[in-house]
Design a protein around this ligand. Structure first.
Ligand code: CTP
Ligand code: MG
Length: 172
């Protein structure tokens, strides 16, 4: 069950990680999604949510679902990845939108871009991906709850590792 939930949402995990890995390396599309604008004196989303992240996130998710499509003969999963493009697009866009929406609320409560906000940082992208992919096909409540719990712990684990490897400045 945990493995299945993880496998289904690999594209969303990658979509959430990809923008972090390319930041600083790719200048292209390094434009804030909110165009640097404020709302009631605070940034709408903040400068850490960029079009580059959106593009890379969707690409990473679609790349992953394409691989999952190629893997179909070898793994007996429950999902038909023939429409890998739709599934990948929804998981990737959902992950990025969920994360951006979380940043919106983070800015409203006055947390600076890049500062942690547990537990929302950990699950924002998965909830976004879940809602968006459900437009195509709802994976069921058991998978949904499993993957939310999984992302909470995985996100903390990955961030701590990235922190000690010097990829992230924030441990959480
Ligand atoms: N990123 C991006 N575009 C996005 C999402 C993320 O470029 N749409 C990059 C940014 O460089 C960001 C990094 O990925 O700093 C990590 O993203 P995340 O941890 O989700 O954001 P934070 O930096 O913590 O910013 P916020 O406080 O707004 O959540
Ligand atoms: Mg976030």
């Amino acid at each position: 069950m945990i493995l299945e939930a993880f496998y289904l949402f690999i594209p969303a995990f990658l979509a959430n990680m990809a923008p972090v890995l390319v930041r600083g390396r790719i200048r292209m599309l390094d434009i804030p999604l909110d165009f640097g604008k404020n709302f009631l004196g605070k940034p709408i989303l903040g400068n850490n949510k960029t079009f580059r992240g959106l593009a890379i996130g969707i690409s990473a998710a679609m790349g992953a679902t394409y691989l999952q499509y190629l893997m179909m003969p070898y793994i007996d999963g429950l999902v038909d990845y023939s429409s890998w493009g739709v599934i990948g697009f929804l998981l990737g866009l959902g992950a990025i939108v969920g994360d951006a929406l979380e940043s919106f609320f983070k800015r409203r409560v006055g947390i600076k871009p890049g500062r942690p906000w547990v537990p929302f940082d950990q699950i924002d992208f998965i909830i976004g991906a879940l809602i968006f992919v459900s437009l195509y096909s709802f994976p069921g409540w058991d998978i949904a709850i499993t993957v939310i719990l999984l992302s909470f712990f995985l996100h903390i684990l990955v961030n701590h590792l990235a922190y000690y490897m010097g990829i992230r400045k924030e441990r959480w």
